[in-house]
Design a protein. Sequence first.
Length: 235
Amino acid sequence: MFYRVLVASLFVVWGLSCGGGGGGGAPSYSALKQKFNNPTGQLKKDNVNQVGQAFADAEKKGQGISMTAGALDEIESKASEDPISCPTNGGTSFTCTCNGGGSLNISVGSYSAESVSVAYTYDQCGISSDNCTVVYNGSGYTVSSQSEQGYFISYQGTVKDCDGQTVSVDFSYYYDGSGKIWVLVEVGGETFVVSGYWSEESYDFYVKDKDGEWHCQGTSAGGSCTGPGGQTINL
């Protein structure tokens, strides 16, 4: 439910941010894309598992960020429902009321030919659905392109679930519009961009390094990564 509500509320925000532009709060789309398009690391046999583990650790911080395009589409289709009410009154900064108490504060940072950026803060925002209220407390940003299908989303804060358990959440990722969600990870001081699934038992993930894109598949018994030039790393 966490991502369902969080991302849905941000689609609401994008729908409302159709004009004007205010202060900062979020990096530019081009600056973020630059980081994701230019990883500095080189995938090798001795660091594949480290890259996979770094990706898995990032997923844990985000409570499972590998969502499919279908799931995102379903979330977007429900974004017009009732959990969050946002009277904008034509402004670029406004406060939304959450149906379970608290608020979501929105600031449209910029609106240009390149992109639109939105900074947001959940202030004990309770989202109630099916006799369950999830409470969000934290902040982040979304940056979406005007010319591409991709967007960036970031959130740092806490989430209290229906049972009253509070977890810390910290994630940033890029959705490329074709069904992949990419995460920037760091291993040995170098960066890699990763999408897919990795565990100690099995894996099927994509890695972008400084040379291009790799596809790694296998299990704990062995596997391989195929590189941009057809080269193979046997694991």
